[in-house]
Design a protein around this ligand. Structure first.
Ligand code: LLP
Length: 424
């Protein structure tokens, strides 16, 4: 459930009409709902807390990559969320938003020595090690600092899942994690080092997973590995179950419920007495955000094709171009009339800049406003200035109040980062 609803014929973000926001902030703009973020966090927290014996003092660590806006992170921080991070930049954002280091997990296949050193300096909760080579580098960095960080070994369970091949991470050929047998050996090697403390195992097999079966298989593998390691006298106190649970992008999509997901995971972890961590990104943020855009014009062809040309483009929301992703498009003030099939496109100069083909919508006119729903995760974070289009602003709504939480850069600001080489 989200808080973008029609009221008196106009789509609102909580109590704020979106046409008002468009007039004040301009378009395109990302708009986030505090109530929706809180609700999604609360639903997951409640589902997890329903299984205290299985999950212990469980950490929910929001995957910052999904939406790294400081106000979104601060909203989640106030609810008690931790952060799953994959770069120094993300750690810095999480800290700045008020997420304590003790709730920050540092993941990623290619952490540099400098990033590892930074993570040790700020004292993150846990570093998820993804390869033997990374363990060696971490040990060297930690030894130099006299540190002994808690680490988890990320397992590649050879189980890939997710909404698209490009967002599947647990498959055998994927770059993420360490195959189970190697991971067991690496865990033992880490335990023998005075410079790291292996505390657990981690996995994350993909994103937009709507069926629990592959997740359950991966969690079972973590369970077996935990028992094997304990059988060798090694301590395993934490299991990081990753993120990946999908969300409905359209009304009809069947996604596993959060309660079923938690119950499944609890069933698998039962009796292990570990502390669980969850790293949801999309689940918390996707349906807490929309991309607000305006119709520039409607281009009609003699063959009857109608292009709805928006002021938002693939550089602002790349998911349809990159993953053939579906985002619902809704008029902010729907007009009466029969549905019309539109090809929904942006102004960027490539055919990939097509959000949808033949999408049936109420009749639209130039100047009308529309939103893309489900744009709160992997939306603004993946945007670029392609075609020299300035990054779009981000707005946070909380009941009747709202704030521009990332401003729209002026053209001058966009250009000022560059210099013309002195010899030109
Ligand atoms: N943990 C790790 C280690 C991850 O790599 C990811 C996402 C997450 C957690 C959060 O996954 P989520 O709960 O959001 O599914 N840009 C793509 C999604 C890429 C996901 C990458 N990893 C998209 O727009 O669909």
């Amino acid at each position: 459930m989200d808080h973008f609803q029609l009221r008196a014929g106009t789509l609102h973000a909580e109590d704020v009409p979106l046409d008002t926001l468009a007039a004040e902030v301009g378009t395109p703009a990302y708009v986030y709902s505090t109530a929706t973020l809180s609700r999604h966090y609360g639903v997951l927290r409640e589902a997890v807390d329903a299984h205290p014996a299985a999950f212990g003092d469980a950490l929910i660590a929001f995957a910052v990559k999904a939406n790294s806006n400081l106000s979104v992170l601060a909203t989640l921080a106030r609810l008690g969320s931790g952060a799953d991070t994959v770069s120094e930049g993300e750690i810095r954002r999480a800290l700045k938003a008020g997420i304590p280091a003790a709730r920050i997990i540092f993941s990623g296949v290619g952490k540099t020595d400098a990033e590892l050193a930074y993570a040790l300096d700020v004292g993150v909760r846990q570093i998820n090690v993804e390869s033997p080579a990374e363990l060696d580098r971490l040990i060297a960095v930690a030894a130099e600092k006299g540190a002994c960080p808690d680490i988890a070994i990320r397992v590649n369970p050879k189980i890939g899942a997710g909404g698209h091949a490009k967002i599947t991470t647990g498959g055998e050929g994927d770059k993420f994690g360490i195959p189970a047998d190697e991971a067991l050996a690496l865990y033992a090697r880490a335990a023998a080092s005075p410079h790291v403390t292996p505390v657990g195992l981690a996995c994350h097999i993909g994103s937009q997973i709507i069926d629990l079966t592959p997740l359950e298989a991966a969690f079972r593998l973590l369970r077996e590995m935990t028992l094997t390691l304990r059988g060798q006298g090694l301590s395993v106190t934490r299991l990081d179950l990753g993120g990946g649970l999908g969300v409905p992008y359209s009304g009809g999509a069947e996604t596993a419920s959060v309660a079923d997901y938690a119950a499944m995971a609890a069933g698998v972890l039962e009796g292990l007495e570990v502390e669980a961590a969850f790293e949801p990104g999309r689940l918390l943020a996707a349906n807490a955000g929309v991309l607000l855009a305006r119709v520039i014009q409607i281009t009609e062809r003699a063959d009857g094709r109608r292009f709805l040309v928006l002021d938002a483009a693939m550089n602002d929301l790349v998911r349809p171009a990159m993953y053939d992703a579906f985002h619902e498009v809704k008029p902010v003030t729907p007009r009466d009339g029969d549905l019309i099939a539109y090809d929904i496109v942006g102004p960027v100069c490539e055919t990939g800049d097509t959000f949808a083909r033949g999408r049936d919508l109420p009749p639209l006119q130039a100047g009308d406003l529309v939103v893309f729903t489900g744009a709160g995760a992997y939306g603004a974070v993946m945007s670029s200035e392609y075609n020299s289009r300035p990054l779009v602003p981000e707005v946070l709504v909380d009941e009747a109040r709202w704030a521009v939480v990332r401003g729209r850069p002026t053209y001058d600001e966009m250009l000022t980062r560059e210099t013309v080489a002195g010899w030109l």
